[in-house]
Design a protein around this ligand. Structure first.
Ligand code: SF4
Length: 91
């Protein structure tokens, strides 16, 4: 039980580390990534896979939104989470 909690905490920490946020899109890697490389193959300007997937800190998410959504769709374990954020300044 304790081990399961610890593993989940590590997974959550990795997810936050991988999070990349800008004005309109937020992309994160959820726990469960199997490191298959599919996301990097489809969208190499955003994803880097080295054991597990990470979102590049300097990635232009808006410019690459099409391949981001393709990677989200094709991830075999559903580990890529993409959400639209409210634009800053909008009411
Ligand atoms: S496609 Fe999904 S499982 Fe494969 S490396 Fe990317 S996030 Fe991980």
């Amino acid at each position: 039980m304790m081990l399961a909690v610890d593993v989940q905490s590590v997974a959550l920490a990795k997810s936050r580390f991988a999070m990349k946020e800008n004005r309109l899109l937020k992309v994160s890697i959820k726990p469960g990534c199997i490191g298959c490389g599919c996301c990097e193959f489809l969208c190499s300007e955003v994803f880097k896979v080295d054991g597990s997937a990470k979102v590049k800190s300097d990635a232009d998410l808006e410019k690459n939104s099409t391949c981001i959504f393709a990677a989200e769709k094709e991830c075999p374990v559903g580990a890529i989470h993409v959400e639209r954020c409210e634009e800053k300044g909008s009411s």
